[in-house]
Design a protein around this ligand. Structure first.
Ligand SMILES: [Zn+2]
Length: 332
């Protein structure tokens, strides 16, 4: 999987001093544009020697706080303000971002299930391959800014995985605390292969996945959390000068499948708890109603592990298999 085989062309020079607004041009031949392409924006701000941190927004479309934070930072961050290199990808899956949808409308792929990508694959795979081969090797840390999108509402949190390597775990935990989201989670995921997370962790680098909001809206208060967290990252990695406030984040964990609840049937989901409320162990988290059958009792859903509700279903209607609730417990 060499970079030379990538069909992406770009004039970005990651070694050049100063600030560059550039694009990764991905060929996209179609009926209305035979020699057309998609231009994925990339911003590089570099000043001398120092760490390299990559900030990613728009890994999924419909997740707005991250993209807007990075679009603002693109225009305000100048090379003489930093020591080192900041790379910004504010709309990694640009077709999905433009559509306001989680997956690409071109190939139907979820970018965050596509890594390490393929140079001769679909458009999402080609973008993932370029990032994997050309950008990740330059980085000391990657901060990936998500939200729950349309289908989930998530407590504003930043997260890391349970990492087997103790040294990487310590460095990642220090960054997680420094971001200082209202909640910091250590998570086990049950989402399958292809995450950007695993690609970065596999290179022995720091990776954080922030989930700031959801329901397909941009919240002013959650945007502030994302913006402050990104500034904290610039300070934590010594890219900009400035003291970090003592973190007030609540350290929690999501260790097992019992922390998740899924709809068992199709209908209207009634959540019993708001985000941030404590769900007592063994208590139902919600129930599914059947609008076509008033005589039918709603199906009550329970969750294996009680704790603080950090994720809930966005839209009212659910289908069997949809995630409707996620809980977290304080990390000892
Ligand atoms: Zn996402």
């Amino acid at each position: 999987m060499s970079l030379e085989k990538s069909p992406i062309s770009t004039d970005v020079n990651f070694e050049k001093e100063g600030k560059q607004f550039s694009y990764l041009r991905v060929p996209y031949s179609r009926n209305d544009s035979a020699w057309g392409g998609v231009f994925v924006p990339v911003v590089v701000v570099k000043n001398g020697k120092g760490p390299t941190v990559l900030f990613v927004g728009g890994n999924h479309g419909g997740e707005y706080e991250g993209s807007v934070t990075l679009l603002k930072l693109s225009r305000t961050l100048e090379a003489d303000q930093i020591q080192g290199r900041v790379i910004l990808l504010p709309a990694l899956n640009l077709p999905a971002v433009q559509a306001g949808e989680r997956v690409s409308p071109i190939d139907g792929r979820d970018m965050n299930r596509t890594f390490p990508g393929k140079h001769n694959g679909t458009i999402s795979q080609i973008i993932a391959h370029y990032v994997h081969e050309a950008i990740l090797p330059l980085c000391d840390a990657v901060i990936d800014l998500h939200s729950g999108g349309y289908s989930l509402d998530l407590m504003p949190y930043n997260s890391m995985h349970y990492l087997p390597d103790e040294e990487l775990r310590k460095r990642t935990m220090a960054a997680l605390k420094a971001f200082d989201a209202p909640v910091s989670l250590v998570m086990r995921e049950f989402t399958g292969e292809g995450l950007l997370d695993y690609a970065v962790e596999g290179m022995g680098k720091i990776f954080l996945c922030a989930e700031i909001g959801g329901r397909g809206v941009l919240s002013p208060s959650k945007l502030k959390i994302a913006e402050r967290g990104v500034q904290n990252m610039l300070k934590h990695f010594n890219l900009i000068k400035g003291d970090l406030a003592k973190p007030t984040t609540r350290l929690m964990e999501v260790p097992e499948t019992g922390n998740y609840a899924y709809a068992q049937s199709n209908g209207i989901y009634e959540a019993f708890f708001e985000i941030g409320e404590e769900v007592p162990a063994g208590q139902p988290v919600g129930q599914v109603h059947y609008p076509e059958s008033p005589e039918r009792e709603p199906e009550v859903l329970t969750i294996g592990r009680g704790g603080v509700l950090v994720g809930t279903r966005g839209p009212g209607f659910v289908e069997r298999g949809d995630c409707v609730a996620v809980t977290a417990q304080d990390l000892e």
